[in-house]
Design a binder for this molecule. Structure first.
Ligand code: GCV
Length: 596
């Protein structure tokens, strides 16, 4: 059963019927107890119960993008949970609730601060605060990690808002410099002196203005290995993020991380993860799986999912994310022939990784209901359950959550589940159907802005991604253009590479498609686009009606909270549809049809 596994079995003890929960270590018992509660709360029979369970993935972490000033980057549920100015003296009661909630779904670690990291987190003052949090989390099996700024050994920057500068007194942060290496070793020792089970560092380097080893002409591996060496004697790990998209590397943003990292396979120390987002751009409503999965057999890859709905309607839209995550986990990369699923890369079974991990960018905050939208809790829940056992179906996890949160009445469960299960596809349809991506409002990432064309970077504009013109729509990534398709294994390279064989859900991701192209439905591309946008809005309308009919079956406050959110969602979905179709029509020059 390993360290964290548990067994629940009905037994007779001295003639008395009992339910036994057992495990090799305390933490296994804890998970077993929570599982028993889940069985009871979901109304399952305990007669003859016989369950063994152990996690498929070793490191199951939340990544908080929480800043020192209490704001949360891409957070939509109030302020940060962590009250740094009160710590370490005052321990907010929610810290323990947070730890319990996470333990109940199997999460065993948390990175408490933003990857756009403030170096102050590594000062003695903050280490004391971090220790206080770690002490609250420990009994719940949760290890604490921090995001670090690579330039921490440097003197502070004169501009407080700069992403450069550090907390030290060195003139360089070059990872091969002996003083820099010593600085990190001493820092690690200092942290472990306070937090003996400290988990390690998460690092965003040479990405979006964050400093990194490339500032000194060193590689990502040089940077990660230096930190890994400092942490290794204490049992810590490095999670080195691969969210990099240097325009010098390739004109197509989707290709850049693969091009930078695949050549480094085999160069990282044993306690380094390279952490990739699920897709090659940035947590869009739909992306094909990142082509790197399967392409780095010698480097443990950690999968980063986003629980907070940065590009999926923030905490205003009901979008159940489990089907999106499963789509990635269930993608067969074909790296080693059939059944080379992303899930098998992540759980280590495909390449025999020595350690395995998955991270979810958290959607929690100070709001009373934790996540802003009541249904956003279901995404936190599903992330934890999937991280434990990626074979669980989206439907099963939704049902558990509904039964524990809303109702055990069969009809209610059925209705709510039907709403949740199609909600992500609806969001794709009313935002970015058929493989469209990154056409949202600049910076805010909420509403639509397909006409956004002026930015300091081309790859932050919408026109760069959709490439609408009088001939058609979509980004040609086939071999005749950007050739991003060549980063996939066969048969995907071939299938993605041709308009005729490319799955329609990714069509405009990989191809520039003529407006009159015939789709599987028999409609033209333009008609299909109209149809999808309308279908998305109609689904939200349907959810609203279904939910309205549940009045009286669900707690009154919860019912009206969700009802209001659904009204906003319908309004927003309509705006998305009308803005996008209105904009693309300028190129297609065809009438907007509303047939479904
Ligand atoms: C934390 C996207 C987001 C940023 C985020 C970045 C990242 O660009 O918009 O807010 O920064 O991803 O994942 O590092």
């Amino acid at each position: 059963m390993g360290r964290e596994g548990f067994l629940i079995r009905s037994a007779k003890i001295n003639g008395v019927s009992a339910v036994v929960i057992t495990g090799n270590e305390d933490v296994g018992l804890l998970y077993g107890c929570f599982h028993l509660l889940r069985l009871m709360q979901t109304g399952q029979s305990l007669t003859g119960v016989d369950i063994r369970s152990k996690p498929r993935i070793q490191y199951r972490l939340l990544n908080h993008w929480d800043n020192l000033d209490g704001s949360v980057e891409r957070g939509y549920a109030g302020k940060s949970l962590w009250k740094w100015d009160e710590l370490p003296e005052t321990i907010d009661a929610r810290y323990k609730d947070y730890a319990r909630a996470n333990a109940s779904i199997g999460i065993n670690g948390t990175v408490v601060n933003n990857v756009n990291a403030n170096p102050l987190f590594l000062t003695a003052d903050y280490i004391t605060k971090l220790k206080a949090l770690a002490d609250v989390f420990r009994p719940y099996g949760i290890r604490l990690f921090v995001s670090i700024r690579f330039s921490s050994p440097l003197r502070p920057a004169s501009d407080r808002n700069s992403r450069r500068g550090g907390i030290g007194s060195l003139e360089t942060a070059d990872p091969l410099n002996p003083d820099v290496r010593r600085w990190w070793k001493e820092k690690a020792k200092e942290i472990y002196g306070s937090i003996p089970d400290f988990g390690g560092f998460l690092v965003k380097a040479n990405s979006e203005g964050m400093p990194g080893p490339q500032d000194y002409k060193r590689s990502h591996a040089d940077g990660a290995n230096m930190l890994a060496e400092a942490l290794a004697p204490h049992g810590g790990i490095v999670m080195w993020r691969a969210f990099v998209y240097d325009a010098e590397v390739d004109p197509d943003r989707a290709k850049r991380a693969h091009k930078e990292f695949v050549p480094l396979d085999g160069q990282f120390h044993a306690n380094v993860f390279v952490q990739f987002k699920n897709g090659p751009i940035d947590f869009q409503p739909r992306e094909p799986a990142h082509p790197v999965f399967g392409a780095m057999p010698k480097t443990p890859l950690m999968l980063e999912l986003q629980i907070t709905q940065e590009y999926l309607g923030h905490s205003k839209h009901l979008v159940y994310l489990a089907p999106m995550w499963k789509e990635c986990l269930d993608f067969d990369t074909h790296a080693k022939g059939h059944d080379s699923y992303v899930s098998r890369v992540v759980d280590g079974s495909l390449h025999d990784y020595s350690m395995t991990g998955i991270a979810g960018v958290a959607n929690t905050g100070s709001d009373r209901n934790w996540c802003g939208h009541l249904f956003a809790q279901a995404n936190w829940y599903a992330f934890g359950r999937l991280a434990w056992h990626h074979d669980l179906s989206s439907e099963a996890m939704a049902e558990e959550w509904i039964r524990m949160t809303l109702s055990r009445n069969g009809d209610v469960v059925k209705t709510v589940k039907s709403m949740m299960m199609g909600s992500r596809e609806a969001c794709v349809n009313y935002m970015t159907p058929l493989g469209l991506h990154h056409i949202m409002q600049a910076g805010f990432h909420y509403g639509p802005q397909p006409g956004y064309a002026r930015s300091s970077r081309l790859d932050w504009t919408s026109v760069y991604y959709h490439r609408a013109d009088s001939t058609g729509l979509g980004f040609d990534r086939s071999s005749s253009q950007s050739d991003a398709t060549s980063q996939y294994f066969q048969p995907w390279r071939e299938r993605f590479g041709h308009i005729e064989t490319c799955p329609e859900r990714y069509l405009l991701w990989f191809h520039h498609v003529p407006w009159d192209h015939k789709m599987e439905s028999g409609r033209t591309l333009w008609e299909e686009l109209c149809c999808r946008y309308h279908a998305g809005v109609n689904y939200v309308r349907l959810m609203r009606q279904k939910w309205a009919a549940l009045e009286g079956d669900i707690d009154r406050d919860i019912h009206s909270h969700v009802q209001e959110k659904l009204a906003t969602q319908e309004k927003d979905a309509t705006i998305w549809r009308d803005t996008c179709l209105g904009y693309f029509q300028k190129f297609s020059k065809m009438p907007v049809s509303d047939n479904n």
